[in-house]
Design a protein around this ligand. Structure first.
Ligand code: 5AD
Ligand code: FES
Length: 372
């Protein structure tokens, strides 16, 4: 397929030459998805093209909640997010901390600072730490493994998740052997042309897929995912994302709206839509009922109640920010990112309150995925 001319006039967040379905036919497809956990490419395109119909969205979200409640009840898992470096050797066109953005204020936490984030998190009740960063060459296998071993020794019952991009299979193996349990690496888009539109020449979908399959083979619990409404995205590329994820069957799928960053090539591109993000969350829940599905910070950024709405679309994970408050604003992936101000020091309690009000119970255990 070609992305063609609809790249620039994609203001609704999704374009397709194929029109949407009437609500009744969309329901039939959603029921089929729930029953069979799979749809054909054409069915996906038609279903995704129907997201603007409020009735269709409401039905998808209602079924997604039922499927989630059956597996997880009203429990929400929390993961403490530590954004430990915003140095990055890559130049992903959508990302505020890409190497080419000379205006980004760079920082890197020391091993001691990372450990003290974990200690603070542990006191707050977290039993999963997510160490996320740009692709920072400073963090060699030796340095990262040393940090992981220290966390593993100090907090033996905690899950350690890494999210530091593409590395060699050997490196993934060393990190796993050092004690990392889980790895998050969004595929971003499963369509090659679309991948090339979002990334610089040196990067390829092929290598991203290689990383994901290495991680799975090594024995990590794997998270993947994509942005909703990224430049060039269409109902067709989203259909490819769903087919790719059905095949990969990751333990976690992180999706959130694309949010523009003023110092990137996509500064003028409209943000992804709340409605489409909620619809895709619901479809993911129906497709992989056991999946861990975060209500992401990006979703909370485009709508003040975005994360709560994400829960109502079938999500079951939240990731409060545990990074030092003084550094948070510098982990500047996109504009207006929430949880970056002084008032956000206690994201944990803020999110707990929010979830309680929305009718969910925040649990602090490791929250292993039920996906095998
Ligand atoms: N808008 C939304 N999400 C973004 N990410 C990076 N830049 C943006 C943006 N502008 C997401 C990517 C990446 C994750 C860490 O953050 O999907 O995988
Ligand atoms: Fe971070 Fe509310 S969740 S400030």
């Amino acid at each position: 397929m070609t992305l063609g001319s609809n790249v620039s006039d994609c203001a609704l967040g999704v374009c397709s030459s194929i029109g949407g379905l009437d609500p009744q036919s969309a329901r039939v497809l959603l029921d089929k998805l729930e029953r069979e956990r799979t749809l054909s490419f054409d069915e996906w395109v038609r279903l995704i093209s129907s997201y603007q119909d409020e009735e269709v969205r409401a039905y998808a979200m209602e079924r997604a909640r039922a499927v989630r409640d059956e597996r997880y009840g009203n429990k929400v898992f929390t993961r403490g997010l530590i954004e430990f470096t915003n140095y990055c050797k890559n130049d992903c066109l959508y990302c505020g901390i890409r190497a080419g953005n000379k205006k980004a204020r760079r920082y890197r936490l020391s091993a001691e600072e990372i450990l003290s984030c974990c200690e603070e998190g542990y006191e707050l009740g977290f039993r999963t730490f997510v160490l996320q960063g740009g692709e920072d060459p400073y963090f060699t296998d030796e340095r990262l493994c040393a940090i992981v071993v220290e966390i593993r020794t100090k907090f033996p019952e905690c899950a350690i998740t890494l999210s530091v991009g593409e590395r060699s299979r050997k490196s993934y193996q060393r990190l796993f052997d050092a004690g990392v349990d889980r790895y998050l690496l969004r595929h971003e888009t499963a369509n090659q042309e679309h991948y090339a539109l979002l990334h610089p020449c040196g990067m390829s979908l092929e290598n991203r897929k290689r990383c994901l399959s290495d991680l799975r083979e090594i024995g990590y619990q794997v998270g993947s995912g994509f942005m909703v409404g990224s430049p060039g995205q269409t109902a067709e590329t989203l259909a490819e994302d769903m087919l790719f994820l059905a095949d990969l069957k990751p333990h976690m799928v992180g999706i959130g709206p694309f949010v523009s960053h003023h110092d990137t090539c996509f500064a003028e591109h409209p943000n992804g839509s709340l409605e489409l993000t909620l619809f895709m969350l619901a479809c993911l829940r129906l497709m992989i009922p056991e999946v861990l599905l975060p209500a992401t910070t990006a979703l909370g950024t485009i709508d003040p109640l975005g994360r709560e709405k994400g829960m109502d679309a079938g999500a079951n994970v939240v990731m409060p920010n545990l990074s030092p408050v003084a550094r948070r604003a510098d982990y500047d992936l996109y504009d207006n990112k929430i949880c970056t101000g002084e008032e956000a020091a206690e994201c944990r309690f803020c999110l707990q309150r929010r979830m309680q009000i929305a009718g969910y119970e925040v649990v602090v255990d490791r929250g292993d995925s039920l996906v095998d």
